[in-house]
Design a protein around this ligand. Structure first.
Ligand code: ADP
Ligand code: ZN
Length: 218
């Protein structure tokens, strides 16, 4: 299964990603996670990406396309993958389609989670993430049992530097201007692989819809 997961920041992509990679046994390729890993390790890529991420802007395409290309060359991708956070503009979508063509691969699904801006801002400003295992919490809707400690692994729970209201608004602006057109671009190529899902319901409701649709496809 080769899946692209699309949707604005805070639309619940992370939760659906978890279900998809576990169900289909495919690696989760999140460009955001790859950049954060590079930031943590203070690599060359991390140094380039830092300012863009903190301002809520896209890291330049040549950098992002290259990290995806290298990731697609790893052996675990042969049975499929879940792309999360990429492609984020039409140029990246074209670059991806070229990478797939070179490898003789077809896309199976483009999952487009739709959400309201107010819900997004509320979700992201309260979002907290475990440093160790990546589990996502929310200060009001889903707090940790012990303050700032992950329920699952005991790791430290923190707020991403780009999860503040000002940066979220910028990320949303970038999303509607640059990323939303990617969905129509891909829809024009093959509308049968695109699923639009309203992401305002619970995580489980959204998961059920995705499951039913993917089940019918196979
Ligand atoms: P979000 O919660 O907004 O979906 P991500 O974790 O996917 O966030 O990405 C965080 C940041 O990393 C983005 O705001 C952007 O600066 C950078 N980034 C991630 N993916 C890409 C990409 N495909 N192209 C350019 N920049 C990216
Ligand atoms: Zn944890």
């Amino acid at each position: 299964m080769r899946i692209i997961l699309m949707g604005p920041p805070g639309s619940g992509k992370g939760s659906q990603a978890k279900f998809l990679v576990e169900t289909y046994h495919i690696p989760h390729i999140s460009t955001g996670d790859i950049f954060r890993e590079n930031l943590k390790n203070d690599t060359e890529i991390g140094k380039i990406a830092k300012n863009y991420i903190e301002q809520g802007l896209l890291v330049p395409d040549h950098v992002t396309d290259e990290i995806v290309k290298q990731r697609l060359d790893k052996p675990d991708v042969e049975n499929g993958f879940l792309l999360d956070g990429y492609p984020r503009n039409v140029a990246q979508a074209k670059a991806l389609l070229e990478m797939l063509q070179e490898r003789g691969w077809q896309l199976d699904a483009v999952l487009n989670i739709i959400s309201d801006d107010e819900i997004i801002i509320e979700r992201i400003a309260g979002r907290r993430v475990c440093k160790k295992c990546g589990k996502i919490y929310h200060v009001i809707n889903h707090p940790t049992e012990i303050e700032n400690l992950c329920d699952v692994c005991g790791g430290e729970v923190y707020q991403r530097t780009d999860d503040n209201e000002e940066t979220v608004k910028e990320r949303l602006k970038v999303y509607y201007k640059e990323t939303e057109p990617v969905i129509d671009y891909l829809r024009n190529i093959d509308s049968s692989i695109v699923l639009d899902i309203l992401g305002n319901g619970t995580i489980d409701e959204v998961t059920k819809k995705i499951k039913a649709w993917l089940g019918d496809k196979k």
